[in-house]
Ligand binder design. Sequence first.
Ligand code: NDP
Ligand code: HSE
Length: 425
Amino acid sequence: MKKIGVALLGLGTVGGGTYRILMNNHDAIAKNDGVDVEIRHIIERDVSKAEALGADLSIVGTDIDKVVNDDKVSVVAEFFGGIEPAKTFLIKCLLAGKSIVTANKELFSKHWPELEEAAKKGKAGLYFEASCVGGVPIIRTLTQSMQGNNILSLMGIVNGTTNFILSKMADEGLEYADVLKEAQRLGYAEADPTADVEGFDSMYKLSILSSLAFRTKVPISKIYREGISKVSKEDIAYGKKFGYELKLLAIAKRNAEGKIEARVHPAFIPASHPLASVKGSFNAVHIVGDNVGDIMLYGRGAGDLPTGSAIVSDIVFAAKQAKPQYAPFKNTEKVSDSGFSSNFYCNYYLRMKVKDEEGVLAKIAGVFGKNHVSINTMIQESDGENAKIIFLIHKTGEKNVKKAMQDVALLPCVESVDAVIRVEE
Ligand code: NDP
Ligand code: HSE
């Protein structure tokens, strides 16, 4: 039996879930994996959280040096969130030869190279399964199960909070702000939920996932990002009329020129698409490999026990590794612009308010034509004075659509451009 000492940094949602699984599954892990996990330290400033879990209070404190100096600790699992003090603590632990397991995608996506450098110096491992898509084993799939493929694309719903919000808005007609509060109460949202609703959390995860998928560093600076805070119930309802569901998607693909395009934004997808039925805090990632074809991983992307499940799997994995493995690519933020594309091609949904008078459609169509934007279909609803027009646009370069919408907004007959939403067919 291999005995390993573990330190838990933080006892909030994920730390609490991890603690409970380690306690409840201790004997099963020992029996099935031959690993006897002992929790030797809990770093948490709010002792009542440890009390509520029935933890041994003599191991609870705030002094990270106790962890660093304890030779019996070989794995440190971090759930503080944010950059500091997590980064400084983890680097200290890595340099002291302790492997780390983390759920902290913000830290990992922004500072992976520094963490890896410290890990190499300390001959320690870096494990981050819980950082992306909660309990879904996506990291292990990308690193250990796709060697027989060149990955062509990865498209997913990777944030539980926003999927929960969009699902409730679509299915129950609820308002954005009320659903966000519920997601916070359920422990899905980040400490600052702006990270969820403005797409930062998905961007961090996409940086990690696409780097592993394409075996080349995809820094967050190369990812286009747009959140869901401007999404309205009205557009979700119109989308339904066209047979679409609205999702916050994280998309990375190699385009025809071999460049990587990586983007996070709300998008309509056909109701028949496998990702359309992913509801609530569930997440899913759809991957296309050149040999395996399509695969999809699905499960809970947030919450205490689902994320704790991924953390515990990493703790056991770390305990069983003979030698740590590092990123299968040059892990640096300094990447060449030429490897990335920002002019991606999509279909679009556009909603605008116009004066209900003759010649308006012709003027808008003229602007579209000048910008190589081609109309697929449209609906118009008038109140006698103004009209609401919704266009579906054929696949077009992002730059063309942006320029067309700037020009359209300048037409005197156009009152406002109210929505520009990409459509992934
Ligand atoms: P919580 O806010 O619930 O938990 C963080 C805990 O760490 C709190 O108890 C906090 O204490 C404690 N803490 C933070 N800094 C310190 C410190 N310096 N010293 C002592 N204790 C400290 O966050 P979550 O569990 O939700 O998230 C943790 C991490 O996991 C984040 O990186 C998040 O992105 C990631 N994650 C979260 C998921 C989820 O579903 N919630 C899913 C996947 C990943 P205090 O309250 O006193 O500040
Ligand atoms: N806030 C994140 C989410 C937690 O909602 O998906 C899981 O990473």
